[in-house]
Design a protein around this ligand. Structure first.
Ligand code: 0A1
Ligand code: ZN
Length: 878
């Protein structure tokens, strides 16, 4: 643990490295507690340097020896690295260090997982392997020799030589140290091949522990699809002779894009119909694509410094979402992404952890792998594409790859490419990268009928000194409809004055009979307040605003439930159809929570229609039937000035779900029969969508039959999707005990399935019992604090059970805090990430606030608290 106080690092302080690396040679002599790492690094002065300091990062290393040009040197060592007097010109640095992978529970650097050696170097893990300028703007070709008695030894690039007890790999592509990887173990592979668009033959492998070989086929197909898609859509070809993926059981994140050697959390690559759900398959396909796409957006073009993280992450998330839209259903993907954005990014951006897409300061960079950098970063790219158009986007991306291949680039470089390719000035657009917070977009309407067209401008227009933008030329008849938007971003993350941002607002207009009178049109809002006029209309239209969720804003619109129901019935934009239903549901639930209003009939009628509409994709219908999450309702209540009561929110959702079940009662058996999927299991979007809808319907049926049908489904299920859906229903109906015991016995040797077993019983528990169930499970022999998946399956599930976590006696908070305190000593990164479940603490009543504060302070007071957790708790407490 460090003694010095944590330092804050600022974007504005960036200076280029004094020394560049021309070439790296590493030898690893692997031993569980005494691995030796021998480095030979060729340094040369950076012509752009502003100082001459020679500093190498290094943490938790035992330096055995060090030489410069063959002469032994004695560097000055601190807890962060070493410095040393060096020659004026190029020189060779050699060092030998000792590290202990077996005791590395932080899972950063070189560590062991299920007997296998593996690495995780992003963001700053390489400094735990050897002394090195561990910053992304220092790029070099690496040669790696691994010595061990293990059968499989892998590193980046291509294999160049091997012998008894050793293997050597060479990566010809310059890369920063965060993309370094090494794996060694008793592994087996699922092999395949891919021929690139220029005809090069590439060897592909997924490496796993021997018992997991039957879970690789789907991941391999996803990899080949990703490789082909990147060629077809972005013209990007793979650039080594071999591409390896390795599945690792203990991993802090989903996966890592190390050059030529992607390392995956086993949950993000291993799948089989018996053990994985449809959602697992879809997630795996997306993560494999994401990591593969990083080869160009991240590896060939990397980030100059960690403040530019969104340069690779925003773009790569955007690319993987395009891929999923192409492989599956684009509207379903868009709706799912927006649900996720609102659940994870909006609370972050509207609370104490708010930060710009490109942060300007940090203490621990690991704390900035956030929904804002990733998902809002991707939204920003989606807006840019929408503003410049598809063709210009393609041209700009070609220019980006041409101009910056081999670079460590910045957001300025990225935007300049778009400016040069399109001639646009993106100065204002750049605010999306520098201003934090979710913009709020208020909209008002005005209608002047044809015979009324000469009347003076409406009040809204009179307020606006700018002439309204004309969207559509007049014809006859010529009623004029005006939409006036006002944008405002609340202060946050130290930023008080927020300037107007460029908002692409996709709008369509519907006539009173439901026909579309204006197809989707893009309005480009640049001012704080701006009006757009639509002429040539025979009747007052009903607007469909922010189609496809064209900008990540909160739309504030006073509108009637009738208009929402109208859009739910008629909107041609699937996203806005879903949104109309969602808003009806949300408004109804809020009215019920605030003043006991009954469920909204218009929503119930709308759902009846949607669920029966067999022209609509079942996956879309399943999304339609989902109620807003409890946390979303808590946020909405808070925004409307009501302190959320978690028990009342839970109760209202239960009441509404019950009414929905009763409303659909007669249709349920037929619909369920229609959604039955015959034949062999396939994870494709079609059958998965039918199972998703069938799962929703089973949830409703369970409310009526007490779980009889779920019990039958559980017994006969031949795939994990059906089995788990049934188990969830049984738990919710209070009949889960036998099935849970049977499930455990059947799957006790499969870690990933047992994660589901842990998670489901807590997430689906009655809120009054969730904390107790979680506590009991922490005493189960299979609860393993050192395994991040198991920890998240337990403590993450507790946080997901909103009313359970927020139980008034504070037991949920205390249990989580107890375990975070224990975990921090072992794994700071996962601890710090999980602290964010407390981020919305100020939303709740005074008693709950006090309890959450007490627990946060208890974490903060722990001696030797990690820099990761200290920073997170400090920011949350404010
Ligand atoms: N770059 C990876 C995710 C990743 C990020 C950080 C990590 O450790 C701090 C590990 C993995 C991705 O975007 O997939
Ligand atoms: Zn990524």
């Amino acid at each position: 643990m460090r003694d010095s106080p944590p330092q804050t690092i600022y974007l504005k302080d960036y200076t280029p490295p004094a020394w560049l690396v021309e070439d790296v040679h590493l030898t690893f002599r692997l031993a569980a507690k005494t691995t030796r790492v021998i480095s030979r690094i060729r340094f040369a002065p950076n012509p752009d340097r502003v100082d001459q300091t020679f500093f190498l990062h290094g943490e938790d290393l035992v330096l055995i020896s060090s030489h410069i040009d063959g002469v032994a040197v004695t560097p000055t060592i601190t807890e962060e690295g070493l410095s040393c007097d060096v020659p004026d010109g190029p020189f060779t640095w050699e060092a030998e260090v000792e590290i202990s992978p077996a005791t590395n529970t932080a899972l950063e650097g070189l560590y062991m997982s299920s007997g296998m050696y593996c690495t995780q170097c992003e963001a700053e893990g390489f400094r735990k392997i050897t002394y090195y300028p561990d910053r992304p703007d220092v790029m070099a070709p690496f040669t790696v020799r691994i010595e061990s008695d293990l059968p499989v030894m892998l590193s980046n690039g291509n294999p160049v030589a091997e012998g008894e007890g050793w293997a050597e790999w060479h990566d010809p592509w310059k890369k920063p140290s965060y993309l370094f990887a090494l794996v060694a173990g008793d592994l087996v592979n699922h092999p395949d091949r891919f021929t690139t668009m220029s005809g090069r033959d590439v060897e592909l492998n997924i490496w796993v522990r021997p018992g997991d070989l039957h879970k690789c086929a789907f991941g391999m197909e996803a990899l080949k699809k990703s490789m082909k898609w990147d060629e077809d859509v972005y013209g990007r070809e793979y650039d080594l002779d071999i591409f390896n993926i390795v599945a690792v059981d203990d991993f802090n994140m989903g996966a890592m894009e190390n050059k030529g050697l992607n390392i995956f959390n086993s949950s993000a690559v291993l799948a089989s119909p018996e053990t994985s759900t449809d959602a697992n398959f879809e997630r795996i396909e997306a993560i494999i694509a994401h990591e593969y796409f990083h080869n160009w957006t991240g590896n060939r073009i990397t980030c100059r410094d960690w403040f530019q993280l969104c340069l690779k992450e925003g773009l790569t998330v955007y690319r993987d979402s395009q891929f999923t839209s192409d492989m599956r259903s684009a509207p379903v993907k868009r709706i799912s992404d927006v649900i996720d954005l609102r659940a994870r990014q909006f609370p972050e951006d509207q609370g104490p952890l708010s930060h710009p897409v490109r942060p300007e300061r940090f203490q621990e960079i690991n704390n900035f792998y956030t929904a804002t950098v990733y998902e809002k970063g991707a939204e920003v790219i989606g807006m840019l594409k929408r503003l410049v158009g598809d063709e210009a986007y393609a041209k700009a991306l070609d220019l980006y790859f041409e101009r910056h291949d081999g670079d460590a680039a910045t957001i300025e470089d990225w935007l300049r490419v778009f400016e040069d390719a399109t001639g646009r000035d993106l100065t204002q657009f750049k605010r999306w990268y520098s201003q934090s917070g979710t913009p709020r977009l208020k909209v008002t309407e005005d209608w002047a009928a044809a015979d009324d067209a000469s009347r003076p401008p409406s009040r809204d227009l009179a307020d606006n000194p700018e002439a309204p933008d004309q969207v559509r030329g007049g014809g006859t008849p010529s009623g004029t409809y005006t939409l006036t938007f006002e944008q405002h971003t609340p202060e946050g993350s130290g930023q008080t004055e927020k300037e107007p941002q460029v908002l692409p607002i996709a709008v369509g207009l519907l006539g009173p009979n439901g026909d579309e009178v204006l197809a989707t049109t893009l309005l480009e809002m640049t001012q704080a307040k701006q009006s757009f006029e639509f002429t040539g209309l025979s009747a007052r239209p009903i607007p469909s605003i922010l189609r496809e969720f064209s900008a990540p804003v909160v739309l504030e619109r006073e509108t009637s439930a009738d208009k929402r129901a109208f859009l739910l019935a008629h909107d041609t934009d699937p996203f806005n159809r879903w949104e109309a239903g969602r808003q009806l549901a949300r408004d109804g639930l809020i009215a019920m929570i605030r003043n006991g209003s009954p469920a909204d009939d218009r929503w119930l009628e709308g759902m009846s229609r949607v669920v029966r509409d067999d022209t609509a994709d079942p996956a879309f219908r399943a999304l339609m039937l989902s109620l807003p999450a409890e946390s979303e309702l808590a946020q909405a209540l808070h925004e409307q000035g009501t302190t959320p009561d978690p028990d009342a929110i839970w109760q209202a959702r239960e009441t509404v779900a019950q009414q929905l079940a009763e409303t659909l009662q007669d249709a349920l058996p037929r619909l369920q029969a229609e959604m039955t999927v015959e034949g062999a299991y396939s994870p494709d979007a079609g059958p998965a969508g039918r199972r998703a809808l069938a799962g929703k319907l089973l949830g409703l049926t369970t409310r009526l039959d007490g779980g009889a049908q779920a019990a039958r489904q559980y017994t006969h299920a031949d795939n994990m999707t059906l089995q788990l859906t049934a188990l969830a229903c049984l738990i919710r109906s209070g009949r889960g005990e036998d099935a849970l015991a049977a499930f455990y016995n059947r799957w006790k040797d499969d870690r990933l399935v047992i994660d589901k077993w842990f998670m489901l019983q807590i997430a689906e528990a009655d809120p009054a019992r969730a904390a107790d169930v979680a506590k009991t499970l922490t005493e189960h022999p299979d609860f393993d604090l050192k395994n991040p998946n198991r920890f998240r399956a337990t403590m993450g599930a507790l946080a997901m059970n909103h009313a359970g976590f927020h139980r008034a006696d504070g037991d949920g908070y205390a249990l989580l805090a107890d375990w975070l305190i224990r975990l921090d000593a072992l794994n700071p990164q996962t601890t710090a990430r999980m602290c964010s479940v407390f981020q919305a603490w100020r939303r709740y009543d005074a008693d709950r606030q006090a309890l959450m504060r007490q627990n946060l302070e208890r974490i903060a007071a722990k001696s030797d608290l990690s820099r990761d957790t200290a920073e997170m708790v400090g920011r949350i407490l404010g």
